[in-house]
Design a protein around this ligand. Structure first.
Ligand code: UDP
Ligand code: MG
Length: 319
């Protein structure tokens, strides 16, 4: 039977291991036309996740444990899983059951009709806080603006089905800053989606705070586009334009001069000079900052370090 791989990163998920397998096994059992392997990437957990995984592996044949050498992070962990997965299609999913496994059969159906990417898109984010919704919206809006020909679908995280061809293309990307949700649309191919409502984490707690989310958004932008480098240029052009306008206004005032207006003009001039100092200073720092970000990025990529290191891959035989 053809094989489908489910890739699950786990970092300190001892609270959800049992629930995860209970839910996923049930779904998978109902799909009679495929075999499934569940590739669990243990991303340097410091709790008993690995022990629980090994226990689970004794009870079921189709688990592959990819044990990373330390904690590398969500994106690198998924990437490690994608490299190990052997299926003709691969489905990355979060361990905490926020991505309901029950839509997998629907994703497979769409795959069978010829789609190579089946995105699982959150139909609503009602369960998220206002801040999370707001920042997510801004992020996707901005991604859409800068991505040019690439369409980064909004509210699609890791959860989706991708065909073997897409998996191989994603694996062949060389950048060490991995942002899966941008890589897949970058590759392209026939794409569709399945809607779902995102659940609350069943147990355990989220590893993403605002700082980590900001990091992800930032990486997504910086590794997709060099458009931010043009911001300072446009800002400079606008400031130049506005300065020109205000000088013109002053000239007009001067020509129409009457004492009271002159007073006003002098004050206005002062105000303009003080403001200019701040504006020019800020813009200079902004330009330097943006350049520094890209130089830093180039440095990281030039180093060419592996972005994950595998300690061992355990199948049932080795356990
Ligand atoms: N995760 C990981 N390494 C990390 C952080 C998270 O492998 O350093 C995994 C985690 O176990 C979960 C998934 O990535 O399966 C998503 O993490 P989480 O649920 O904490 O993120 P959120 O849903 O809050 O965005
Ligand atoms: Mg989660």
């Amino acid at each position: 039977m053809p094989l489908i791989s489910i890739v699950v990163p786990m970092y300190n998920e001892e609270a959800v291991v049992a629930d995860f397998f209970a839910r996923i096994n049930k779904v998978v059992a109902d799909v009679a036309t495929y075999d499934f392997e569940i590739v669990v990437v243990n991303d340097g957990s410091t709790d008993s996740t690995l022990v629980l995984l090994k226990e689970q592996q004794k009870q079921q044949n189709n688990i592959v444990i990819v044990n990373l050498a330390r904690n590398f992070g969500h994106e690198p962990a998924v990437s490690a899983g994608l490299h190990v997965a052997k299926g003709e299609a691969v489905i990355p999913i979060d361990a905490d059951l926020q991505d309901p496994p029950e839509i997998i059969p629907e994703m497979i159906q769409k795959y069978e009709t010829g789609f190579e990417v089946v995105n699982a898109r959150r139909a609503s984010r009602k369960e998220d806080s206002f801040m999370k919704r707001f920042t997510a919206k801004k992020f996707y809006d901005y991604m859409t603006r800068i991505s040019g020909k690439i369409k980064v679908p909004s509210n699609v995280g890791h959860y989706r089905l991708i065909s073997r061809r897409v998996v191989d293309e994603v694996n062949a990307l060389t950048e060490s800053t991995r942002v899966f949700r941008v890589e897949v649309p970058y590759i392209g191919h026939k794409t569709t989606e399945v809607l779902f409502s995102r659940q609350k984490r069943v147990k355990g707690k989220s590893h993403y705070n605002y700082h980590a989310m900001f990091d992800l958004a930032f990486n997504a932008i910086i590794s997709s586009s060099i458009k931010p480098v043009y911001w300072p240029l446009w800002t400079a052009i606008w400031i130049g334009f506005l300065t020109g306008l205000s000088l013109l206004a002053e000239l007009v005032l001067f020509i129409l001069a009457q004492t009271s207006v002159i007073n006003f003009a002098i004050n206005f001039e002062l105000w303009l000079i003080i403001n200019s100092i701040f504006v020019v200073g800020t813009i200079t720092l902004l330009v330097l900052g943006i350049i520094a970000i890209y130089v830093g990025k180039t440095f990281i990529e030039a180093q060419g370090r592996p972005f994950y290191v595998i300690d061992e891959v355990l199948t049932k035989k080795e356990n």
